[in-house]
Ligand binder design. Sequence first.
Ligand code: TYD
Length: 130
Amino acid sequence: MIKFKIIGDHRGSLTPLEQYKEIPFDIKRVYYIYNTKEGVVRGNHSHKNLEQLLICLNGSCIISVDSGTSKKEFSLKSRDEGLYIGNNIWREMYDFSSDCVLLVLASDFYNENEYIRNYKDFIDCVNSKY
Ligand code: TYD
């Protein structure tokens, strides 16, 4: 988890994010996930070569990250922190509140060819690196 600063005054709050400061990679793409229906699980993939930072701008959700050897769950519910996910990590996103807005900053353009969408292929890929 990466903690961001909150610049607040009597008018409200502002959180700045700068490449190579709060964000440890070149940002080539930004997208956001919202209107997520109850019970939905998103993600279910890893990336061969992509870094991402996930920030929950509104509401809450749970992100599970799996390296192939260990698994951890993170609860995202705060605008002043982001979850960094490097390459070769299987992720699942669930328990979205109806008002959840999940912002994703990505290190590269969208490329379906660098996704691994089958869990067994992911495990084979992890094992091939040892
Ligand atoms: P998908 O990978 O299923 O989303 P999630 O990781 O949240 O489960 O993507 C949904 C669709 O959107 C799929 O057809 C691919 C497309 N897409 C883009 O065109 N550009 C993007 O940057 C992303 C993330 C997805």
